[in-house]
Design a protein around this ligand. Sequence first.
Ligand code: 1GP
Length: 221
Amino acid sequence: MKHLFKLDPAKQLPNLAVQRLAQSGTDGFIIGGSDGLEMGAVQDLFRTVASLGLPVFIEVSDEAMIVPGASDYLSPMVLNSTDVTWLIGAHHEIVKQYGSFIPWPHVQTEGYCILNPEAKAAQLAKANTDLSADDVAAYASIAENMLRLPIFYVEYSGTFGDSRMVQAARDELVNTKLWYGGGIRTVAQAREMSEIADVIVVGNILYEDFEQALETVSAVR
Ligand code: 1GP
C-alpha cells in the first residue's frame, strides 16, 4: 500500500467523482475529518465508498465516526499533543463506553506527529509543533520501540511538509509504517514524499482541483 485518498465527510464530492477515484490506481480511502462531523454524513460517505471494492479506513477522531461495518478503523494518538485528551483521554472514554463492541483485530493505532501549527488538528489537539528533526525522530522511536504502533503519521495537513522531518522519522522506523500527509498538490510532491514514506495521504486537493488529485497516484505507480 502506497497511496490513500482521505475523504472528509463534511465536504461533498459527486458520486461519479468517487467512482473515478476508485479507478485511479489508489490503494484505498481514509474517511476522516476534524470538524463539522455528523454521523449521518459519515454513514452516507462510508456506504458510497465501501461499495467500490477498495479498503476503507475510518479514522475515529470523534464519536460521529463510530460507524459499524468498516473493515478497518484507525485510532489516532497525537504523540506531540500537550493535552492528554488527544493522547489517551478520549480513547479511554470510548473504550469505557463501547469497549465490548470494538472489533479489536480491525483497529490500528496511528501515532500522529502534527507539524503544521495552522492545521485544525494541531489546534484542536494543542500540538506542540515547534519541533526539530531530532524531536520528530524521538517520537518515531517511541512509536516503534516503546508503543510498537503499526503506524507513525507525519501530519502537515494543509501545507506541504519538510522532507527532512519525514526522513528523520524514516530513519527510526523498522516495523512501524511511516505515513505522510499534508499539502500534496502535485505529482512531484507526491513522489518526493513517497520516496521516504511508506504511504502518502492526499486530502484537501480533492476538493480544490480534482483532476490534479487524481494525478498524484501516478507518483507511486
Ligand atoms: C490530512 O494528512 C492528510 O489528514 C492530508 O492532508 O488535506 O493537506 O492533503 P491534506
